[in-house]
Design a protein around this ligand. Structure first.
Ligand SMILES: [Fe+2]
Length: 226
C-alpha cells in the first residue's frame, strides 16, 4: 500500500479527479527516529490504511501543504489516532474552523521533526502560501501544488489539460500560478531557499516522483522567476 521510496520515507499514491482530469494525489509519511510518523497531505482512512500506518509507527503529526492541498480527512486522523497533533498551513485555520489545530506551519520546522525535516513557506503568490518540506536523510524535496509532473501515464484529456497549463512532461509550475504572483521578489527568495537544500529526489502532490537530478529540474521549472 505504501511505497518506501527511501529509508523512513513512504508514499501512498491514489487517483484524484480534478474537474474530470486525472491528476492523482500523494500522501507522504516520514518516520522520525523515535518511531513517530509525520504525515503530509493525508489520504482518506480505511481499515487497511489504518493498519498499514500502525505498522509503520505512531501517527503523531498531520500536516497539509497549503490551505488548498492536503487538508481533507485531517479530522479522521484526529479521531482515529489518539496521539495525533494537527497542524495548519497559512490561512487554513480560518478555512477549517471545524478543526482544532495544535500548531501552525511556517518557515522553520517544529523542533520535534527538525532533525529530519526542514521546511519553508513559498511566499509571494496571491492565494497559495504553501509549506515545502525537505527530508534531509534521503535528500527529498516534498512539494504540494507549486509543481506538477504529469506525463504519458495520464489519460489523453489530462495530457492536453497539462499542456495547456504549461506543465506537461517534466516538473513544472502551472501557468495560472506563474501569472498570479503578487510579489515576485518574495517568490524568488522562497525558491532560492528551496534550492539551497541538497535534494536529489522531488515528490510533487500531483504527478510522478523524480528520483534523479531533481534539483536541476526544479530550478528549470522556476526559470521564469529566478
Ligand atoms: Fe493539490
Amino acid at each position: 500500500m505504501f511505497t518506501e521510496v527511501a529509508q523512513n520515507l513512504f508514499v501512498l499514491s491514489e487517483p484524484l479527479s480534478f474537474y474530470g482530469f486525472q491528476i492523482g494525489r500523494k500522501m507522504i509519511v516520514v518516520r522520525l527516529p523515535n518511531g513517530d510518523l509525520f504525515v503530509n497531505s493525508p489520504a482518506e482512512l480505511t481499515a487497511e490504511r489504518i493498519e498499514a500506518l500502525n505498522d509503520l509507527g505512531t501517527v503523531r503529526y498531520v500536516t497539509p501543504s497549503s490551505k488548498l492541498h492536503g487538508h481533507l480527512y485531517m479530522e479522521d486522523y484526529a479521531r482515529t489516532f489518539p496521539e495525533v497533533e494537527l497542524f495548519a498551513a497559512p490561512d487554513l485555520d480560518r478555512r477549517r474552523t471545524d478543526l482544532a489545530f495544535d500548531g501552525l506551519l511556517g518557515s522553520s520546522p517544529d523542533p520535534r521533526w527538525a532533525d529530519v525535516l526542514d521546511q519553508t513557506a513559498f511566499l509571494g503568490h496571491r492565494w497559495l502560501t504553501e509549506i515545502e518540506f525537505f527530508h534531509v536523510p534521503s535528500g527529498t524535496l516534498i512539494l504540494g501544488d507549486v509543481c506538477y509532473n504529469l506525463g504519458p501515464e495520464v489519460p489523453l484529456k489530462t495530457q492536453l489539460f497539462a499542456r495547456l497549463l504549461g506543465m506537461y512532461g517534466d516538473v513544472s509550475v502551472p501557468l495560472d500560478l506563474r501569472y498570479t504572483m503578487k510579489n515576485e521578489a518574495a517568490g524568488r527568495r522562497s525558491v532560492e531557499r528551496i534550492l539551497d537544500w541538497d535534494f536529489e529526489r522531488v515528490i510533487v502532490g500531483h504527478g510522478r516522483i523524480v528520483e534523479r537530478d531533481a534539483k536541476r529540474r526544479v530550478r528549470d521549472a522556476f526559470e521564469w522567476l529566478v
